[in-house]
Write a protein of this length. Structure first.
Length: 626
């Protein structure tokens, strides 16, 4: 939700290389952060001699802002902030776009998050004669900061005082014409990282904001204020005490966050999937082949005594958790509950020191999941997070983290993170089975071999994608699509429906195929498209024939059937209008293959409908509000 970037550079405003100009640095950062929100965008610049902040903002995508700046160029500057918005308070209009100005136009503020007490603060400021131009909560923070700056006479201290007056979640960045080389940021339950340069420093919602310029980064903890100048990074906490950030080097480069010749980030990320699975598996065994998850710093005795696992996650990550439930229960004989993170803490869950809570999140910033993590830890549970984005908040607030190595996922619709999450959760399941003695090492070896065979099979499914795309193009008129799966493919069916909803704006629902006869079959009418994921005929679940019967049942009622079946499973041929073949794989590995035709179908249908594949309407990549 909202992308934030800040920059200050020593050499700027002189005769400098164009790429080091603050405006260009900030626009490049916004381009890379646009996946976080794209309702509007804006920039604010300061330099010595400015009596007012120079700014531009525009509703809609970043290209609209770029056009505004092209038409009315902004002056060179020494420090800049930029914002790309996912609207919360106030519609996506020009006026509500960030930055918001105060102190007679000498101060500019951008914000990510929600200020919950903004109404009372606004009332107080209105009483004091302050006027507001927008409907946003951010403008309240800007006016408050201006008031505190007037009394404190120091931007960092004013930001600190302001931060302690706000309730809710926020990252705030500010520039003031009195401090033309400085950007000040505050962080409370919303992401902010520092990029470390030479003679220049950066702030960003995530490292993508500055990855084009530096791979050296610094984590900030919660409730901290950071002040950057070209040569310094100073951190204090909300009490004013000095603090240190944790330095790290980003392990991917700017190219990883480019489309690399693909038509969309989603297309690229679908093609990244073999690598994402392989990289997530890499280095997780010792010389004798035992699973070794060094990152997991939870006491082994405690892991042996765990009597329940609760997976908390949202959206696609929750479906990955549901897939993992089947595997972990089967391998470890521990009950696994999977709960949507936003439901978890509001239902008084039964959680104690014997509970292992597994939080799954691509971004590591999803507020619902973060809040559930905190709740679980307050109840005494250990929390292990499975996260893709290094340096994000959820791993820092967890007892242990197992990183997925999918690389940056930019498209709003999650693809490679899903496969990497399943892979990491499977590794965790195998590790627990090994630790608790549920599986002999040769059994673990066999499972690992099955997993290691997956990247090549994923590649095969992707190569067959043209047929899926052709089918999608013929479905342009579809208004509703149903997805059926059983056992481990039930969450995959729901994931297929989610992809279609968010990308092609089509009504879509995923069902457990066995539930069909209990109601949903009434939806089947002449021509109703129904995707069915068929288990392997070799599956010991015995579900193959039952799902094939389900295909016949819907077809008998007029459905058009799109069947995902294993190579060589000729039993499905008579009942399928279209078949998407996937390579043979053990039952628990099938989700890693069956998800792919569903991703490609949704992407192509969105494309033929002329929709924005990477940035679907109303959405944002990381949901940092509850
Ligand atoms: O970053 P997270 O994995 O925590 O995000 C969770 C969901 O918001 C995310 O998976 C969302 O459902 C995707 N847009 C699905 O494609």
């Amino acid at each position: 939700m909202c992308g934030i970037v800040g920059y200050t550079g020593r050499q700027a405003a002189a005769a400098v290389e164009p790429s080091t100009r603050p405006l260009e640095v900030v626009m490049e950062g916004l381009r890379r952060l646009e996946y976080r929100g794209y309702d509007s965008a804006g920039v604010a610049l300061v330099a010595p001699g400015f009596d007012q902040v120079a700014w531009a903002k525009k509703s809609g995508k970043l290209s609209n802002l770029a056009a505004v700046i092209d038409a009315s160029p902004l002056p060179d500057a020494t420090a800049a902030i930029g914002h790309t918005r996912w609207a919360t308070h106030g519609g996506p209009t020009d006026l509500n776009a960030h930055p918001h100005l105060a102190d007679d136009g000498r101060l500019a503020v951008i914000h990510n998050g929600i200020i919950e007490n903004f109404a009372e603060l606004k009332a107080e400021l209105l009483d004091q004669g302050v006027t507001f131009l927008s409907e946003t909560d951010t403008e309240v923070a800007a006016q408050l900061l201006a008031r505190n700056y007037r009394s404190a006479g120091n931007l960092t201290e004013a930001m600190r005082i302001t931060a302690t007056m706000l309730r809710g979640t926020f990252t705030l960045l500010a520039v003031h014409t009195d401090n033309p080389h400085t950007v000040v940021g505050a962080r409370h339950d919303s992401p902010l990282v520092v990029g470390i340069g030479e003679g220049e420093n950066f702030l960003g919602s995530d490292v993508a904001a500055f990855i084009a310029y530096t791979k050296e980064a610094m984590e900030l903890a919660q409730d901290q204020i950071v002040t950057i100048t070209p040569d310094s990074i100073d951190i204090i906490d909300f009490t004013g005490a000095r603090a240190e950030g944790k330095r790290y080097t980003v392990d991917w480069d700017a190219n990883a966050a480019e489309k690399g010749g693909f038509s969309s980030f989603m297309d690229k990320e679908i093609h990244d999937q073999p690598q994402a699975v392989a990289d997530t598996l890499r280095g997780r065994t010792d010389a004798s082949g035992h699973i070794q998850l060094d990152e997991i710093r939870i006491d082994e005795a405690l892991l042996r005594s765990v009597d329940k696992i609760i997976v908390i996650a949202c959206g696609t990550a929750a479906y990955a958790g549901q897939v993992a439930k089947y595997a972990i229960e089967h391998w470890c004989r521990i009950p696994v509950e999977v709960e949507l993170a936003h439901e978890f803490r509001y239902r008084d869950p039964i959680v104690d020191a014997q509970t292992l809570v597994v939080a799954i999140s691509q971004s590591g910033e999803t507020m619902d999941t973060l809040m559930a993590v905190r709740h679980a830890r307050e109840q005494g549970a250990k929390v292990l997070s499975i996260v893709n984005a290094h340096g994000s908040t959820i791993p820092r607030e967890s007892d242990a983290v197992l990183y997925t190595h999918a690389g940056p996922e930019i498209a709003v619709a999650s693809t490679k993170a899903f496969l990497a999450q399943i892979t990491a959760a499977y590794l965790l399941g195998m590790y627990l089975a090994q630790l608790r003695g549920n599986k002999f090492s040769d059994e673990i070896d066999a499972l690992l071999r099955e997993l290691r065979a997956i990247p090549e099979k994923v590649e095969t499914v992707i190569q067959r994608g043209e047929y899926v795309k052709a089918t999608a193009r013929s479905m342009k008129q579809a208004t509703s699509v149903l997805f059926l799966g059983r056992h481990v493919s039930y969450p995959v069916a729901m994931e297929g429906a989610l992809k279609l909803k968010e990308l092609a704006y089509i009504h879509a629902e995923g069902f457990a195929a066995g539930e069909l006869k209990h109601g949903p079959i009434a939806l089947i009418d002449e021509g109703q498209p129904v995707f069915v994921i068929v288990p392997s005929p070799r599956s010991r679940t015995g579900l193959h024939s039952k799902v094939v019967s389900n295909i016949q049942e819907v077809r008998a009622r007029g459905a058009k059937t799109f069947v995902i079946a294993e190579d060589g499973d000729d039993t499905v041929v008579p009942y399928a209008d279209e078949i998407f073949w996937i390579p043979q794989a053990p039952t628990l590995m099938q989700p890693l293959l069956a998800a792919i035709p569903l991703q490609i179908f949704a992407m192509e249908l969105a494309t033929v409908k002329g929709l924005d594949v990477d940035q679907p309407r109303n959405l944002a990549k990381s949901v940092t509000v509850e």
